[in-house]
Write a protein that binds this ligand. Structure first.
Ligand SMILES: [Zn+2]
Length: 250
């Protein structure tokens, strides 16, 4: 297997030193829990984050939601315009926003990361930020599904376009009570433009490329990766139960 480059190993070592320094010298060792969620489009990361959050007393941090939020748009709008063009955001910018986000009181007990890190660079930067607080990611769950299952799940996805709501539904697993109407805000539901098979397949190709270095980092180097490979037909509740069992027993 290919190994992480020397420069990455070096930065990991630096992060370890920072964390030790923060703990021993700065006496920072807050009781916090940080969980990362990785998985392709449609793997249910967002749903898991929203369920795990209250169960563990942690705030879900959905990077997509943060980037769309008004205050962030106001301050970073121009630089984020890249996002609407579908381009990948620069790691440094994503990290700057994340670092600020983590200072909010909502994350006092920790966070569940959904949609970040997307790259190895983001993973290293996130690790450094946490290291200065004397902490690290405790677990990273990788939700693994076959491509075909992800395509099938996403084509059944319906989203509430209301910016204050943004709930997602699955026509099979978590349908709205009234067809095409949001349970929460009663607005009409839509199928997102990128939730159609051709676009999904392109997103999956990109995801498979992105996940390899992150896997090496969290599985082989940091040993915090938990592979979740639910059998076909598993519900979001099954995935949640699995994650909760793991967190309780480890
Ligand atoms: Zn809604």
């Amino acid at each position: 297997m290919t190994k992480l480059p020397h420069s990455v190993r070096w930065r990991m070592l630096m992060n370890d030193l920072i964390r030790t320094y923060a703990k021993l010298i700065l006496r920072r060792n807050p009781k916090k829990e940080h969980i990362g969620l990785l998985g392709g489009p449609g793997s249910g990361k967002g749903t898991l984050a929203v369920k795990l959050g209250p169960a563990r007393g942690l705030a879900p941090l959905g990077m997509g939601d943060v980037l769309r939020r008004d205050d962030i748009q106001k301050e970073y709008g121009d630089r984020l315009a890249e996002m609407s063009k579908g381009g990948l955001l620069p790691d440094a910018l994503v990290h700057e926003i994340l670092e600020r986000e983590l200072t909010l009181p909502a994350y006092r007990s920790g966070a569940i990361f959904d949609g970040i890190p997307r790259t190895l660079e983001q993973a290293l930067l996130l690790e450094r930020t946490l290291a200065w607080q004397g902490i690290k990611l405790d677990w990273v769950f990788l939700l693994e599904f076959d491509d075909e299952e992800l395509v099938e799940r996403l084509t059944h996805r319906r989203t509430c376009p209301n910016p204050a709501c943004r709930r997602t539904y699955h026509l099979k697993y978590s349908p709205p009570q009234v067809p095409d109407v949001c349970d929460a805000c009663k607005g009409p539901l839509i199928q997102r433009k990128d939730d159609v098979p051709e676009v999904i397949r392109a997103r999956l190709v990109k995801y498979r490329e992105e996940i390899v270095p992150l896997c090496m980092f969290y599985r082989d180097a940091r040993r915090v990766l938990v592979l979740v490979k639910p059998p076909k037909g598993s519900t979001p509740q099954d995935v949640f139960d699995f994650a909760m069992r793991h967190l309780k027993n480890n």
